[in-house]
Design a protein around this ligand. Structure first.
Ligand code: C2E
Ligand code: MG
Ligand code: MG
Length: 606
């Protein structure tokens, strides 16, 4: 074992080399050498060069543990040591994910090229020959640390805003929990998300979106630095930390809060900061934030739970329409967990054959013949029993699952209508409900085309039902998709008419064939003069626009007569039949009262 002797140190040599940046002075340097004198000398050289933070051991069997516990910025490692040598340690460091980012400089007395090569092959970043030259040592350590600092910046910081990123956030949260646990402190976690950020990206372009994120980051930082806030929190010495934790999500950690009102105070300050416009590409842009707040330890004592709960608070703020802040509460959690659970189960419901289509007859108001049906989805849940689409369709709509379910529904409906029309010599149409999200996906036209080809049915057998929010939601692009679908020969029905807020002028622009009057008007017909007036006006308008009128939810003879007298075209309702499984629908057709193929029907569109 070579000993580096102090006497070889040339006076002041280390000071002569280019000075090290302040940022590197506090880097933690860990030295492993079985000769304590060697680490002493190395430390002296490095101290002369300006470094201040050292850890060392002469017991190589403890080296890995020491590295794990102290997380150094660089390891200076002797190669030749008894029991566990430098190669063994290097091999461990390069085989574990947690050590890969720590650079290792090996010390070797050997001039033997193969030894150096072996160390480099094992993953050493650099080597130094003993006896060590102080200038060379300082330089190599400086370069190694600078490379690591650059790498750390890439892994821990977000390039767009310069803020620490999600990874850094996770580490900080972990550390903060440890500190808070020991000192019995409370701290806050605030997630801030920009409302409708996606729309900004879509309409103004990604570079405008990026510019907005940069300005939002600066504005939040300004809020966090205001003296008013630090005074309120009563601990000026604390740096409130801000992270960019997602595309348009920023997260703040506020350590050691004293009062429960602190969270609301900070959140309000943040909300106010968005009252002023952002100027992006010469445009004045107003955006609002949603903020979710979690409190340690009340809302979770470990990283996972605390994050889960603070995110629940954020989603709740968003679901209420945004532009507000929301604390986590246990009730909130129960509701969102149930939803989350249902969402997860729904994902496998299709594979597990738990989804079925039911069909409700659509009947000619004058002749009483079945002219078609509406396909309605059902979920036969193994524990909950039959789950209503009113419950699960909105959950599916929160993810792209709705598209998978919808495609399956169209395929099922197409297969069934083919069977019925062929087996009964019938001319029936099947209507499938479509959500706005599916229409917007631009996948629907191709899906429908493929299904028509695959199942081999003429397009006139198929109808799609859309609701008024399709009209409100991105009208222009939806109009185009609907026109494309209609040009295939498929009819479009506007469902639940009268319950949304669509402007009547849109009715003219939208490519529609059928208008379905919502059940809510039908229920009140015989008690409310207003309902009768509205319904009469809707019918007159639809007829004026050349649309077929389908009435939903007829339950009584009186209701039926009302619409017969007003010459509406078709109806659905419990009076005739509830939605039924396909085999029961077949039984309804066996009675023979349906529209036959080739039959000239008054209502059959030309
Ligand atoms: P919707 O399209 O307006 O369907 C009509 C709803 O009214 C159905 O409820 C039907 O069972 C019910 N109904 C029909 N006649 C009567 C009646 O006389 N009295 C009463 N009280 N109710 C009647 P359902 O099947 O629970 O569906 C509810 C909604 O779920 C549908 O409203 C539709 O918006 C959605 N939905 C159902 N299946 C699907 C699907 O496959 N895809 C999509 N995207 N949405 C679906
Ligand atoms: Mg419908
Ligand atoms: Mg409806």
């Amino acid at each position: 074992m070579n000993v580096i002797e102090k006497k070889i140190k040339p006076e002041g040599a280390a000071q002569n080399i280019s000075s090290i940046p302040d940022a590197l002075k506090h880097s933690k340097i860990l030295m492993v050498d079985d000769e304590p004198i060697t680490t002493e000398i190395l430390q002296t050289f490095l101290e002369d060069a300006g470094y201040q933070n050292f850890v060392s051991t002469s017991d190589s069997t403890k080296a890995v543990e020491l590295i794990r516990n102290t997380q150094p910025d660089v390891v200076l490692l002797d190669l030749v040591m008894p029991e566990v040598n430098g190669f063994d340690i290097l091999a461990v460091l390069r085989s574990e994910e947690g050590f890969l980012h720590i650079p290792v400089v090996v010390l070797t007395s050997s001039t033997d090229a193969t030894t150096k090569l072996k160390a480099l092959e094992l993953g050493a970043n650099d080597f130094l020959s003993k006896p060590v030259d102080p200038s060379e040592l300082a330089l190599r350590i400086k370069n190694t640390l600078a490379a690591k600092a650059f790498q750390d910046r890439l892994t821990n910081y977000d390039a767009l805003t310069g803020l620490p990123n999600r990874r850094y956030f996770s580490d900080s949260l972990q550390q903060l929990i440890q500190v808070a646990k020991m000192s019995r402190q409370q701290f806050l976690i605030l997630h801030l998300n920009i409302d409708s950020f996606k729309k900004i990206n879509e309409t103004l372009g990604a570079s405008a979106g990026d510019a907005l994120l940069q300005k939002v980051a600066v504005r939040i930082e300004e809020v966090l630095k205001t003296p008013e806030l630090t005074v309120q929190l009563g601990h000026q010495q604390y740096q409130l930390s801000l992270f960019r934790t997602g595309g348009d999500e920023f997260t703040m950690l506020v350590p050691d809060i004293r009062k429960n009102t602190d969270a609301g105070f900070i959140a309000t300050k943040l909300m106010c900061a968005f009252n002023q416009a952002f100027y992006i590409a010469d445009q004045e842009l107003f955006v609002s934030p949603s903020i979710g707040i979690g409190v340690y330890p009340d809302d979770g004592e470990n990283v996972e739970i605390l994050l889960q709960h603070s995110n629940v608070a954020l989603s709740h703020a968003k679901n209420q329409g945004g532009n507000l802040y929301q604390y986590y509460s246990k009730n909130l959690n129960a509701a969102s967990l149930e939803k989350l659970q249902m969402g997860n189960q729904l994902r496998t419901a299709l594979e597990n054959n738990q989804l079925v289509m039911h069909y409700q007859p659509k009947v000619d108001l004058q002749s009483g013949e079945i002219i078609g049906m509406e396909a309605l989805m059902r979920w036969e849940h193994p524990e909950l029993g039959m789950v209503s689409p009113i419950q699960f369709i909105p959950i599916a709509e929160e993810s792209n699952l709705i598209i998978t379910l919808s495609e399956w529904a169209i395929l099922e409906a197409a297969r069934n209508i083919k069977q019925w029309n062929e087996n009964f010599g019938a001319e029936l149409t099947v209507a499938v409900n479509i959500t706005s999200k599916h229409l917007k996906s631009n996948l629907l036209v191709d899906t429908v085309k493929n299904i028509l080809q695959k199942v081999e049915i003429p397009p006139r057998f198929l109808e799609l039902e859309i609701t008024e929010n399709v009209i409100l939601d991105n009208a222009d692009s939806n109009i185009q998709s609907l026109k494309d679908i209609r040009s295939l020969g498929i009819k479009i029905a506007l469902d639940d008419f009268g319950t949304g807020y669509s402007s009547l002028s849109y009715l003219i622009q939208f490519p529609l064939d059928i208008l379905k009057i919502d059940r809510s008007f039908v229920i009140n017909l015989h008690t409310s003069q207003a309902s009768r007036a509205i319904v009469s006006a809707i019918i007159a308008m639809a007829q004026g626009l050349g649309l077929f009128v389908v009435v939903e939810g007829i339950e009584t003879e009186e209701q039926l007569q009302f619409f017969q007298q007003r010459h509406c075209d078709f109806y659905q309702g419990y009076l005739f039949s509830r939605p039924v499984p396909a085999n029961e629908f077949t039984k309804l057709l066996e009675a023979g009262n349906y529209r036959k193929a080739g039959e000239k029907n008054r209502s059959l569109p030309v």
